[in-house]
Design a protein around this ligand. Structure first.
Ligand code: SF4
Length: 320
C-alpha cells in the first residue's frame, strides 16, 4: 500500500470491538453507508431459514445414499491408473508393415493412382491370407516400424496419388483418426479396406468391406461401406457371404457394388470362375466379377519399399 494512502487511513479514526460472539469493524468510510443498505437483505435471509431447512435437511439426510458411490469412486483410482498411464504412453505413431505408391488394382477405383499404407497386425487369420507378413508368426519381420501420421502424409503429398488406401492386416484394430486427419490436411482422400469386424475409427471417404467367415463384420460397418468385396475361395462362398451381408442389413442395390473376387490361389480354378460368372448372369446388379489387376501388372513391387507378398494359400515364388 502506498504511504500516502496509509497515512490517510491512519488519520481517520476507527474502532474495533470484539465480543465473545462477533467481530465488528467500524470505519467512517465503510460502516455507515454499507451496513444499513445490506441489513434488509440480511434480515430477509435470516427470515428464510425455515423454508430452506427442508432442503438442507434433505441434503443432510442423503450422505448415506451417496456414500457407496463416493466410496466406489474412491476405490477406483488404482484400477483406472493403468488405463490412464497406457493412454499417456500411447504414441500417435502406427505400426506400419509397408507403404508404397502404385495404382489401385481392385474395386470401383481400379486403375487410379493410389498410395498404399499397410498397417501391421490382424486377428482374423484367413488360411489363404495374401498379407501373412502382417500377422503370421512364420512371416512377420524382425523389426516393425512405427511411423507418425504426419510423416506418412508428407510422403504421400510428394506423389500424384489420387487417394490413399489404408489396408492391412486389419487396419481397423488401430485408431486411424490421426492418420486420416493428417492425410486430409495434405488434400488426400482416404480409403479403407477392412474385414469390418472391428469398430472403425477415422474419417474415411471410401470404405471397401470384405467380410471374412472367421470373424464376421459388424452391422454398423456394413451400413457405412461404399462397396463390398467377397473373396470366393469355393463356389458356396457366394451365397454364404451374401447371406452374411443381408443378415446385417446391407442394402444390396446398384449404389453398393458387390464384387465377387476369386481368391487368388483359385484364380485359375474353373469351378470358382464359373460360379462367379453364373451368379453375375443370374442376378445382375449390384454384383460384378472382380479381379486383382495389380497382380497381373506386378505394379506394387515396382516401388522398392513394397514388401514381397506372403500368400498362405498360393505360391510365394509366383507372388500369389
Ligand atoms: Fe487379415 Fe485380410 Fe489376411 Fe484375412 S486376408 S488374415 S483379414 S490381412
Amino acid at each position: 500500500m502506498p504511504k500516502s494512502q496509509a497515512s490517510a487511513l491512519k488519520s481517520q479514526p476507527s474502532s474495533l470491538t470484539l465480543s465473545s460472539s462477533s467481530l465488528t469493524l467500524t470505519h467512517p468510510q465503510v460502516s455507515p453507508s454499507v451496513s444499513p443498505s445490506l441489513s434488509p437483505q440480511v434480515s430477509a435471509l435470516k427470515s428464510q431459514p425455515s423454508s430452506l431447512s427442508p432442503q438442507v435437511s434433505a441434503l443432510k439426510s442423503q450422505p448415506s445414499s451417496l456414500s457407496p458411490q463416493v466410496s466406489a469412486l474412491k476405490s477406483q483410482p488404482s484400477s483406472l491408473s493403468p488405463q490412464v498411464s497406457a493412454l499417456k504412453s500411447q504414441p500417435s505413431s502406427l505400426p506400419i508393415h509397408e507403404q508404397f505408391y502404385t495404382f489401385q488394382g481392385e474395386g470401383a477405383h481400379a486403375g487410379r493412382a493410389a498410395y498404399f499404407i499397410r498397417t501391421f497386425g490382424c486377428p482374423v487369420h484367413c488360411p489363404w491370407c495374401d498379407s501373412a507378413g502382417t500377422w503370421h508368426p512364420d512371416y512377420i519381420p524382425k523389426r516393425i516400424a512405427r511411423l507418425e501420421p504426419t510423416t506418412l502424409a508428407a510422403e504421400v503429398a510428394q506423389t500424384q496419388a489420387e487417394f490413399t488406401v489404408i489396408t492391412g492386416g486389419e487396419p481397423a484394430i488401430h485408431d486411424l483418426s490421426a492418420l486420416t486427419d493428417a492425410l486430409h490436411a495434405v488434400g488426400q482422400k482416404t480409403h479403407l479396406e477392412t474385414s469390418g469386424a472391428f469398430p472403425i475409427r477415422g474419417a474415411f471417404d471410401w470404405i471397401t468391406l470384405s467380410p471374412k467367415r472367421w470373424k464376421l463384420p459388424l452391422a454398423e460397418n456394413v451400413a457405412r461401406a461404399n462397396e463390398f468385396k467377397l473373396i470366393i475361395d469355393r463356389p458356396e462362398a457366394i451365397t454364404e457371404y451374401v447371406d452374411v451381408l443381408r443378415e446385417r442389413g446391407a442394402e444390396l442395390s446398384a449404389d453398393n457394388i458387390v464384387w465377387l473376387h476369386p481368391e487368388w490361389s483359385q484364380h485359375s480354378n474353373p469351378e470358382v470362375l464359373n460360379a462367379i460368372t453364373e451368379w453375375i448372369k443370374c442376378h445382375g446388379a449390384p454384383y460384378r466379377a472382380g479381379w486383382q489387376l495389380h497382380k497381373n501388372y506386378a505394379a506394387d513391387c515396382m516401388d522398392q519399399r513394397s514388401v514381397p507378398a506372403a500368400p498362405l494359400g498360393g505360391d510365394p515364388k509366383q507372388g500369389f
